[in-house]
Ligand binder design. Structure first.
Ligand SMILES: [Zn+2]
Length: 497
């Protein structure tokens, strides 16, 4: 099979425009042609596509793949440039047996609310109606009927943390001959739910139960794929919300029926998706107690400032509470603050410097912290992830520093030069920190860190605060949604149609 692969991946937090402005081309990691083979051997969607292509003896034609950290709405010119290059590359690669894309599902461009449907339609124009067009998707995608019309097959991850991206990439490539031979005649139903769900790991109920229900239905005759998309609440677009997407073999009624059975479970259990929002002070004091009773490390995640959901990565609410509580044997990873990383690099290890740390993008995420810190270690911010979610992928956080508050041996704070959540312990190890030696490990992430920390943490406690990825999704106005949404609007309703 000759299969063109590529994609444009962005999870858009429309509220982040106030902190960072719109997302330009320079925020994207754009890879062209053989550069895309750099994903080989990684646990990513494209890693899965490349592995399957190799295993099947397919001729993969990598065209263009662009991805960025979640952030504000994408600039129209940036998107159009990437889209046009991808479409022209596919056009130049014709004839192909199929096109397989990596997209997110929650991409928003200035003037285009549905990046994925727009991209799919542009590609469809050049490949025609008969060439299969398949896309992988993130669980946080806002799935639309327009996407369903343009893609023959949409393959979303089941897991949050998204540890199954690789497998979905494999499936996307493996599906091509099934579609071409007619073994699969996919018909998909998208059941949208008026829900703006707070972050919900599938490691536990209720999201874990819904995930299992999807997998069970997938075993039934005629059901090809079945996925629950949590949607992305930090976005104000008409289609914002959760959905259940079911694909059957040529049986639209079955697809609809299965999707609605699962959707009714989700709707019925919606209140279980509300998580207790603990203030940083309470979360830290609970963590100290657990560490003293059961030993460490207890992981506290700064869920309201998760750069993996579009927040700045330099919020100071949790860090300030941590400095005030001053628990022993504690490390914090990490504050996005290129200026402080540069200042520490200039001063060098062993120096004590006065810094104004974090809080530099907006007022929502707290004021900068004025601190005297000891520069313990410097690094280039490069390492290889070991988390089951991203294993094999190289992290590039730019110049980093390990700073200590309260002199040598005090609270360890990592500072980096690129925005990212923490996925695993490697960023700590890079700076000489073995997290197993610590009572408290405090990190910026909502759920993905679980893939790397669940097994080593005594307990995980979420600290919430004001922030662009807070558990309190009701803090955000959604004037553009196409109907009432739970939990922000009591009029939100859903029933089987
Ligand atoms: Zn996601």
């Amino acid at each position: 099979m000759r299969i063109a692969i590529g994609g444009i991946v962005h999870e858009t937090n429309t509220y982040a425009v106030e902190s960072f402005g719109m997302t330009g081309l320079d925020s994207f990691d754009v890879r062209r042609g053989n550069e895309i083979h750099g994903y080989a051997g990684t646990r990513t969607f494209v890693g899965g596509m490349l592995a399957a292509g190799d295993a099947n003896g397919d001729e993969l034609v990598p065209v263009l793949h662009a991805s960025a950290q979640p952030s504000g709405t994408v600039e129209a010119s940036a998107y159009q440039q990437m889209r046009d290059e991808l479409v022209e590359g596919i056009s130049a690669a014709l004839p192909v047996d199929a096109v397989v894309l990596d997209t997110h599902g929650a991409g928003i461009v200035d003037g285009i609310d549905d990046l994925e449907a727009d991209l799919g339609a542009a590609i469809r124009l050049v490949i025609g109606a008969d060439v299969p067009l398949i896309t992988t998707l993130d669980l946080h995608g806002s799935i639309t009927n327009e996407m369903n019309e343009v893609f023959d097959l949409m393959l979303g991850v089941y897991d949050y943390p998204h540890v199954d991206m690789f497998e979905r990439g494999v499936e996307a490539i493996d599906a091509v001959p099934k579609l071409l031979l007619g073994d699969w005649k996919p018909t998909t139903h998208v059941e949208r739910l008026p829900l703006l769900l707070p972050t919900a790991t599938t490691d536990i109920a209720p999201a874990g139960d819904i995930r299992q229900m999807c997998l069970d239905f997938q075993e039934e005759p005629g059901v090809l794929r079945c996925a629950f998309f949590h949607g992305f609440p930090f976005t104000d677009i008409p289609q914002a919300g959760a959905s259940v997407v079911v694909t059957t073999h040529d049986d639209p009624a079955l697809a609809r029926s299965v999707a609605q059975q699962i959707a009714s479970q989700v709707w019925g259990r919606r209140e279980e998706f509300r998580l207790e929002s603990l203030s940083p002070e309470i979360a830290i004091s609970q963590a100290v107690r657990v560490a003293s009773d059961q030993g460490g490390p207890v992981v506290v995640n700064d869920t309201a400032d998760n750069p993996g959901g579009g927040s700045p990565g330099d919020a100071t609410h949790v860090l300030r509470a941590l400095i005030e509580a001053a628990p022993e044997r504690t490390c914090f990873g990490f504050v996005y603050d290129p200026a402080v990383a540069k200042q520490a690099t200039k001063a060098g290890p062993g120096a004590t410097i006065s810094v104004s740390l974090g809080g530099k993008h907006d007022e929502l995420h707290g004021a900068p912290l004025k601190l005297d810190v000891y520069v313990k270690t410097l690094s280039d911010g490069r390492f290889v992830y070991t988390s089951p979610m991203l294993a094999g992928l190289v992290a590039r956080y730019g110049p980093m520093a390990r700073l200590q508050v309260g002199g040598r041996g005090g609270l360890d704070i990592l500072v980096g030069s690129e925005r990212s959540q923490v996925f695993d312990e490697e960023v700590f190890a890079l700076h000489g920190i073995d997290v197993r030696d610590y009572d408290l490990v405090v990190l910026k992430s909502s759920q993905h860190f679980r893939a790397g920390f669940s097994e080593l943490a005594t307990e995980i406690i979420a600290a919430d605060s004001p922030g662009l990825t807070t558990l309190r999704v009701e803090n955000f106005e959604h004037p553009r949604v196409d109907g009432p949404r739970w939990p922000t609007d009591a009029a939100a309703d859903w029933s089987v149609t």
